[in-house]
Design a protein around this ligand. Sequence first.
Ligand SMILES: [Zn+2]
Length: 283
Amino acid sequence: MNKDIFKKFDGTPAAIIGAVVLVGIAGYGFYTYRNFEGERAWLLTELTAAQDWNYELLLDVREKERIVDSFSSQLEELGVTVGVLDKLAHTDEELLKKYSKVYFLNENYIPATLFDIDEKYLLPGSKNFMIYGKVWPHLRDLLEAAHSAGQNLLIASAYRSFGTQSALKSAYTVSYGSGANRFSADQGYSEHQLGTAVDFTTNKLGTGFSAFASEPAYKWLQENAHKYGFILSYPKNNAYYQYEPWHWRYVGIELATKLHDENKFFYDLDQREIDKYLVNLFD
Ligand SMILES: [Zn+2]
């Protein structure tokens, strides 16, 4: 039977063909297997590398978490919370800066918000009737308290832009010559541009508020203004400026009360000491 089969293939032994085919299949199989093996080894290497990389990332994340935790606890120890940081980030630090004859507020500075002072508190004919938005509630409380105490306290001036200030100074210069520098434009310059300073007067004085120191309203302010966050910027015999009893600046209730209780003046404090009160400026 087998011999019959052999004979059917033109002298080529079918066994040899069969063997060649088998070897071919086996060879291909082996070749494919080796390829798979190679690929598997390569994938394993990649996987190991990826795992190593993941592990490094994990270590990195843990290190960063440790740093954040450490910062958080340090801030907690300092009494600083996220709320405080947020408050500081939204409080204009210019509002508690000391301004002098050499350090002026930038001429382009404009307060974040300005509020119209209620007309009933304005000196009739007064043109400057705006105040820093967040200062207004405190100024209104002060004015209401003063009026309840029988003091006819009025606002003679408040926010002044750089342009207004320059014009005002020129007007004074025309009327009073170089002496103008001594009594008006320079002193409250930056504080009025900040929008946190006001010049007070009374019904009786009107525009003649240079005599403000002799008014009972001035005495009332000395005793009470700190409760509403206001301080006298340029007190008598201060080392910086001419005495301006009518010019009061908002510095916050906390700082104003400290200054009042310790009988100190804003401009005598170190700027770093003042900056500590920035966070509670509008409380
Ligand atoms: Zn002033």
